[in-house]
Design a protein around this ligand. Structure first.
Ligand SMILES: Nc1ncnc2c1ncn2[C@@H]1O[C@H](COP(=O)(O)OP(=O)(O)O)[C@@H](O)[C@H]1O
Ligand SMILES: [Mg+2]
Length: 354
């Protein structure tokens, strides 16, 4: 159990700056996700936490104390990586108990703890199998059990679901979250999958080229992104450019967009000179009659997806809005339609965070 603080972490590989001042924190019992595209520095951050890499600057504090001079094997962290690298010649139970054996615990205690953790990750009865005799999902649960059996004070997971197919990914994802919440263990979780990040996390750090673009709750990064990059990476998004911006209050604005005026909330500190964009998530939009509409446009694409009808509507100024309509909506390509917007779901942001 631990509070963890990463402070202004820097890491250089030869002349490439992989981490350019990463700061984030995890309160005891939280699961904090590092989310971002390949190459943005997620694994580097996690490896610094684990102690496999030495940062060039910044600090990592656990319960307020720096751990940078503590070697990896003394940090008391559990690590689960994408390539779970089980020992192929050892049984499942031996793989899980290996770390306890290194600690020279009595055989009886090792057996009890291995048995308990196998039950926890639902591997009961598979203790005598070899890794090649179990499925990929089960192998990944062995890797998880191997970390949990050591009762780590912090759990580090780097894309632990990447090698699993979609159905198993879902199953192991919920298992990880359940175990993490039940045990109250603090965890850092790396993924490039936004839905995984949204579903599992207490806090999300959206990373961009070696920095944290935004560190907030899943709801906040989705509904109140600080810039386009974050909005784009955290779900389906429509962006419209605005003609005029007026500040009407603290984080409140009035904008001229696509021939109409909107009052809405947005990132604090925008001025009339800031290059801005209007964010409209698809669920903020609905088709309506032309007279009730905020925007009018032409349907340029419609596709039946079963649960919904996906539509793209092109506005007179050239902006395009994507939305999900009711599956039986009577909409065809070429139709003139109206779009109503839910103002509470509209959000103004700078093109790039200052
Ligand atoms: N050992 C290394 N030597 C040189 N460059 C590296 C090394 N490891 C990672 N990098 C580079 O650092 C950047 C961040 O890598 P990484 O942390 O693995 O990203 P992510 O996990 O987000 O995909 C990438 O551009 C990667 O190419
Ligand atoms: Mg990585």
């Amino acid at each position: 159990m631990a509070t963890v603080e990463v402070r202004d972490l820097r890491k250089r590989y030869q002349d490439f700056l992989a981490l350019d001042g990463v700061s984030l924190r995890a309160e005891t019992g939280q699961l904090v996700t590092l989310l971002g595209p390949s190459g943005c520095g997620k694994s580097t951050t996690l490896r610094c936490l684990a102690g496999f890499l030495e940062p060039n600057g910044g600090d990592i504090l656990v319960e307020g104390e720096s751990i940078l001079s503590t070697p990896a094997n003394r940090r008391g962290f559990g690590v689960v990586f994408q390539n779970y690298a089980l020992f192929p010649h050892m049984t499942v139970a031996e793989n899980i108990g290996y770390g306890l054996k290194l600690q020279k615990l009595p055989k009886g205690e090792i057996e009890t703890r291995v048995y308990d953790v196998m039950k926890l990750v639902r591997l009961d009865g598979l203790g005598d199998r070899l890794p090649r005799e179990i499925s990929g999902g089960q192998q990944q649960r062995v890797a998880l059990a191997r970390a949990l059996v050591l009762k780590p004070r912090l759990l580090l997971l780097d894309e632990p679901l990447a090698n699993l197919d979609a159905r198993l990914r879902d199953e192991v994802r919920w298992l990880i979250r359940d175990l993490q919440q039940q045990s109250g263990i603090t965890a850092f979780y790396v993924t490039h999958d936004q839905s995984e990040a949204m579903a599992m996390s207490d806090m999300v750090a959206v990373m961009k080229a070696g920095r944290v673009a935004q560190f907030a709750t899943p709801r906040e990064i989705y509904q109140k992104p600080v810039e386009r990059y974050v909005a784009d990476f955290t779900g389906e998004a429509n962006f419209l450019s605005c003609d005029e911006v007026a500040v009407t209050g603290e984080g409140r604005y009035s904008i001229a967009v696509a021939g109409t005026t909107l009052d809405l909330g947005g990132v604090a500190g925008i001025t009339s000179d800031t290059p801005v964009e209007l964010l409209l998530r698809p669920e903020a939009l609905r088709l309506t009659s032309v007279d009730e509409a905020t925007f009018r446009g032409t349907v340029t694409k419609s596709a039946f997806l079963g649960a919904a009808l996906h539509c793209e509507i092109t506005l007179p100024g050239g902006g395009v809005l994507k939305l999900s309509a009711e599956p039986n909506a009577n909409v065809r390509t070429g139709d003139e339609v109206g779009i109503a917007i839910d103002h509470s779901h509209a959000w103004l942001m700078p093109e790039v965070a200052p």
